[in-house]
Design a protein around this ligand. Structure first.
Ligand SMILES: Nc1ncnc2c1ncn2[C@@H]1O[C@H](COP(=O)(O)OP(=O)(O)O)[C@@H](O)[C@H]1O
Ligand SMILES: [Mg+2]
Length: 265
C-alpha cells in the first residue's frame, strides 16, 4: 500500500498567529518499504505521521493510501502508531497490554493470549507475560509497546521517535530488533527520527525535511543490504550516506537557529 501525500499542508492557529507546520509536502512512501523522516525539532515530522495515521486534521492537500483518498475514512483501518511515550497501562499485565487492541475488537481470551504470547516471544519477552510495566526496564517496556502495535497486523506501522528516550546501548539492540522484525514482515513503515545514524541504519530511504515551515529538502536512497546490523555503521557506504544527511541537516539547523534569532531580536 503506497502512501501518497500530495501538496499536504497544515497550518495551526488562527489569523492573528499562524504556525505553518507543513507547507505543501508531496511524497510517495513506497509500499512495504521502511521510510525514515528526518529533520530538526519542530519541522513537522510528528504532524506528518499523525496526519497519515488519521489522528490529526490538515488544512490542505490530500493523503491517499493504497489508491484510496483518506478524507473521511475510518480511523486506524490501515495503520497503527507507536510513540516514544508508550501509554502502557501500568496496572495491566504485559500480556493484557499487548492483547488490548484485540480485546477491544472482541477477540476471545484464548486466541488473543495465544497471539500475544507468540509476539512477546518474538520481541524477546518470553516469561514476562504476567509482569506489569512498572517492573520492567525502559527497553523492555518499549518491546511491550512494539508487540502491542504488531498484534494489530496492520499493513502500515507509524513510529514517532520510538527509541528517543532509551540509553545508547538499549537503542542499538532495539534498532536491530526492529530491522529484523521489519525484514520478516510485509509492513510499510514510516519512522520519524532526528538521529541521522538511526535513519540510515533502518531506512530504505531517508526523507530529509527542512526547518519550519516543513517541506521535503531531499530524499536519500539507502541501498545498504539487508539484513541490517550495527556493523554496517563502519562501512564506507554508510559513511557516505551519513555525510550527505549531516550536510543537509546542518543547513537546516543553522537556518532554524537564524529564524529564532530573528524572532528574538
Ligand atoms: N496542536 C498544535 N497547535 C499549535 N502548534 C502546533 C501544534 N502541534 C504542533 N505545532 C507546531 O507545529 C510545528 C511542528 O510540530 P511537530 O510536528 O510536533 O514537529 P516535530 O515532530 O518535527 O518536532 C511546531 O512549530 C509546533 O510547535
Ligand atoms: Mg515530534
Amino acid at each position: 500500500m503506497d502512501i501518497v501525500v500530495d501538496n499536504l499542508s497544515q497550518v495551526f492557529g488562527d489569523s492573528s498567529h499562524q504556525v505553518v507546520a507543513l507547507d505543501r509536502v508531496s511524497h510517495r512512501f513506497p509500499s512495504q518499504r521502511f521510510s525514515c523522516i528526518l529533520g530538526p525539532s519542530g519541522c513537522g515530522k510528528s504532524t506528518m505521521i499523525q496526519i497519515v495515521g488519521g489522528i490529526e486534521p490538515f488544512t490542505g492537500g490530500s493523503v491517499t493510501i493504497g489508491g484510496q483518498d483518506q478524507a473521511g475514512q475510518p480511523l486506524g483501518s490501515h495503520s497503527v502508531m507507536m510513540w516514544q511515550h508508550l501509554n502502557l497501562f501500568p496496572w495491566r499485565t504485559v500480556i493484557d497490554n499487548v492483547a488490548f487492541g484485540l480485546e477491544m475488537q472482541g477477540v476471545g481470551k484464548s486466541e488473543r493470549y495465544e497471539k500475544a504470547t507468540r509476539l512477546l516471544a518474538s520481541v524477546g519477552l518470553r516469561g514476562f507475560e504476567r509482569h506489569r510495566p512498572p517492573q520492567l526496564s525502559g527497553g523492555m517496556r518499549q518491546r511491550v509497546a512494539l508487540a502491542r502495535a504488531l498484534i494489530m497486523e496492520r499493513p502500515i506501522m507509524l513510529m514517532d521517535e520510538p527509541f528517543g528516550a532509551l540509553d545508547a546501548q538499549t537503542k542499538i539492540v532495539m534498532q536491530e530488533e526492529l530491522a529484523r522484525i521489519y525484514e520478516r514482515s510485509k509492513m510499510t513503515v514510516l519512522f520519524v527520527t532526528h538521529a541521522i545514524d538511526e535513519a540510515i541504519l533502518l531506512g530504505d530511504e531517508v526523507v530529509v525535511m527542512t526547518a519550519r515551515p516543513g517541506r521535503i529538502k531531499e530524499v536519500i536512497k539507502v541501498d545498504l543490504p539487508r539484513p541490517r546490523s550495527q556493523d554496517m555503521v563502519n562501512t564506507p557506504e554508510f559513511g557516505r550516506l551519513y555525510d550527505r544527511a549531516l550536510h543537509l541537516i546542518r543547513e537546516e539547523v543553522l537556518s532554524s537557529m537564524r529564524q529564532q534569532e530573528e524572532m528574538a531580536g
